[in-house]
Design a protein around this ligand. Structure first.
Ligand code: SF4
Length: 701
């Protein structure tokens, strides 16, 4: 098709509509493409939102074709008005789909050309300066790091993007990527002699000249937080997978005092390995014998710092019940609950003092080492340590006790790993740092509404102020035939999830059920501990039956587990977290979905706990205002794993009687039912489930 000049491109909705008609340009470049009214409705509404400078919330069920519905008007808008449009996704899978499939497809189908670029965080790109420094100095590297470096040097000589995604390397070796990755602390910017060939700079230039910039939520939030050229300027934004933007922003805007980060800094300064003292301070000692006395003092401060950090985490976790040490725990020193325990104040002062002393000594070295080859390295260490010191000072002196801040401890295998703080009202922050600067915003997802109502999403994401003229909504259901192809079974005679018999009954039930059900099954858990306990009980039995059991955290990473599930004839995949959202398996690859428990977040979840407190203090019910709608949205995401295409069929089995009709179930179960496209819900007993579900699945054979 002949390319049109920019001045000839009009923002004509009819022209966009014609592209997705049967026999239109898209059907000529994509075999099997057919017109869908739901997609057309979305496309038209999104085009109107861009042209009318509206904020639009769009819920589109699976299979509507939402990405083309927003990309087509976005490209027309960018080319006809010379306004760049940024598209942000949460997952890499969707990012890949946009970059590798949808946008190239549109380049073929549209009657004019356009440019698009992928913008990733700087840590994804190779830093040529760091690589050159490492190769030329080469000291202090372990054999594995040397092997990593050897492979990177070969790759660096031929890569055009410097994007780590292109580096095919063993995971063990890839963990050394930070050695050569761009990072803001050590980047020399204008003073860098590699500036002209810098991969990150090239990416920024590409993005600056692009009509459509695809990025991820994390980089979008970084750009909102610090601005400063992270992304090229934009006023038109599309956020796909918008359903958990609030959660991501909560993490992103948080301050963290991370035990591993402090340990890493201290180890870089001085540590003992196989009986030998190594690190930056040792290197200085060898090169600058005149600094010996001060270096010895620094060694001692490093040791003191290690002890104070351990002491701090030991004290701050006192009183945290062992059972909640699975993930996160909110601290409850809130305004009005009195001063910090005296002992804790002393512990923090001890830590603060020793870190400040170490920082002071390092700054003295930095002054002495100006213009020496070590100056850059010590500057990086000082910057990292300063960030830790400032972080913990703000958390302990300001955030703790402030009702507008949430403070929590993260645990890793039962051990305190970090203390963090983040603002409670993330929506306000999103408004001030992001929405306020936009002409038009489109937020898209398959799960934005509760029983077709956007109110919860609007409140959570700080969009209240735009209600009325500026904020519009549209919902389009999935075009798939759920009534014929899908059944949801609620097992109604298990103990309540809070009951002590529940987990044992679930394990017993799954053992019998999985043996009877044909094909491939995904079992979703809400707790890692329960996942691992259940898997341990089931594994010998399932293996005896020739059923392959694949367990998150045990049998591989996400992609490996999915690949293994698809290649096995009969298999069960069990997971938590990402598996509720990231699984996209069509046809026979997934025909049965089991949800062990409704996905209510535990009371230890920092954001949930903080909002529960907030509503309680304001005389409202935190469960109905926060926990329930949050669980409904997560449940919708989980259910969305089952039917992924027009030809899919399957059964969803819910092991949580709260979804059954009262009196066995809870009245709020209706909220879950009314939010789903699946209308055929069958209550069933434990004894019947295996036979009923396998009969239903076999009817499609
Ligand atoms: S400009 Fe910064 S990121 Fe790029 S090569 Fe130089 S130091 Fe590395």
């Amino acid at each position: 098709m002949a390319d049109r000049g920019a001045s000839e491109i009009q923002f004509e909705i009819e022209e966009m509509r014609a592209l997705i008609e049967d026999g239109g340009a898209l059907s000529q470049v994509l075999s099997g493409f057919c017109h869908r009214q739901e997609q057309e409705d979305l496309l038209v509404r999104m085009a109107e939102a861009l042209a009318g400078e509206e904020f639009l919330l769009a819920e589109a069920g699976t299979g509507v074709g939402k990405s083309l519905a927003y990309l087509i008007p976005a490209v027309f808008w960018a080319r006809s008005t010379r306004n760049r449009v940024v598209v942000a996704t949460r997952t890499k899978a969707l990012q890949d789909q946009l970059i590798k499939e949808d946008l190239p497809l549109l380049q073929k189908a549209l009657p004019f050309g356009f440019f698009y670029a992928l913008a990733k965080g700087r840590e994804n790109y190779l830093c040529r300066r760091k690589l050159t420094d490492l190769v030329s100095r080469g000291f202090n590297l372990q054999p594995e790091e040397q092997e990593f470096l050897r492979q990177v040097v070969v790759w660096a000589s031929r890569t055009r993007t410097g994007d780590r995604q292109e580096l095919h390397m063993d995971n063990e070796l890839l963990q050394h990527w930070p050695l050569v990755a761009c990072d803001w602390r050590s980047c020399l910017r204008e003073q860098c002699s590699f500036q002209d060939s810098c991969f990150r700079q090239r990416m920024i230039k590409r993005a600056e000249s692009a009509d459509i910039v695809v990025t991820n939520h994390a980089l979008l939030l970084t750009s909102a937080r610090i601005g400063n050229g992270v992304l090229p300027e934009f006023k038109y934004l599309i956020i796909d997978e918008a359903h958990n933007l609030e959660r991501q922003a909560f993490d992103h805007f948080s301050l963290t005092f991370n035990r591993a980060e402090v340990r890493d800094i201290l180890n870089s300064l001085s540590q003992k390995q196989r009986g030998v003292q190594i690190g930056f301070l040792v290197m200085l000692q060898n090169r600058h014998p005149s600094m010996r006395a001060r270096l010895e003092q620094a060694h001692k401060l490093v040791e003191d710092c290690r002890q104070e950090v351990d002491n701090f985490f030991k004290h701050i976790t006192r009183g945290v019940p062992r059972t909640t040490r699975d993930n996160s725990f909110s601290l409850h020193w809130k305004e009005g609950s009195g001063p910090l325990p005296e002992e804790m104040v002393e512990v923090f002062v001890g830590l603060d003092t020793v870190m400040a002393s170490l920082l002071g000594v390092l700054q003295e070295f930095q002054r002495d080492l100006q213009d020496s080859p070590e100056a850059l390295e010590i500057a990086g260490l000082i910057e990292r340590l300063t960030e830790c010191v400032q972080g913990i000072q703000i958390i302990m002196n300001e955030a703790l006790g402030d009702p507008e801040q949430v403070v929590w401890i993260d645990f890793w295998y039962g051990r305190a790993a970090a203390v963090s703080a983040s603002p409670l009202r993330i929506g306000n922050l999103l408004d001030n740092s992001l929405y306020e600067h936009l002409a038009s915003l489109i937020m898209v997802s398959a799960t934005l509404t509760i029983a077709e109502d956007f109110a919860y999403f609007i409140e959570r994401n700080g969009l209240e102020a735009y209600r009325g003229e500026k904020l519009a909504t549209i919902t389009r259901q999935s075009p798939f035939d759920y009534d014929s192809n899908c059944r949801m079974y609620v097992v109604n005679d298990l103990a309540n999830p809070g009951h002590r018999d529940y987990e044992r009954q679930c394990g017993d039930f799954l053992q019998e059920f999985l043996e009877k059900v044909p094909g491939r099954t995904l079992v979703l858990f809400t707790s890692r501990r329960m996942l691992l306990d259940t898997a341990a009980g089931l594994r010998p039995h399932l293996e005896e039956q020739g059923i392959r059991l694949l367990v998150q955290h045990q049998d591989g990473e996400f992609n490996t587990l999915i690949a293994d599930l698809v290649t096995a004839e009969r298999a069960v995949l069990m997971g938590v977290d990402t598996f509720w959202e990231g699984v996209d398996l069509k046809g026979e690859n997934l025909t049965c979905l089991v949800m062990v428990r409704l996905p209510f977040r535990p009371p230890s979840d920092p954001l949930t706990s903080a909002w529960q407190d907030y509503y309680r203090n304001n005389g409202e019910n935190g469960f109905y205002r926060y926990s329930l709608p949050d669980a409904v949205l997560r449940f919708k995401q989980g259910m969305g794993r089952l039917i992924r295409s027009e030809l899919d069929w399957g059964a969803a089995v819910i092991l949580d009687r709260r979804l059954a009709a009262p009196p066995r179930g809870k009245s709020y179960g209706q909220m879950f039912h009314r939010s789903l496209p699946e209308r055929r819900v069958v209550e069933i007993s434990r004894n019947e489930a295996g036979r009923e579900v396998s009969d239903w699945l076999n009817s499609f054979a």
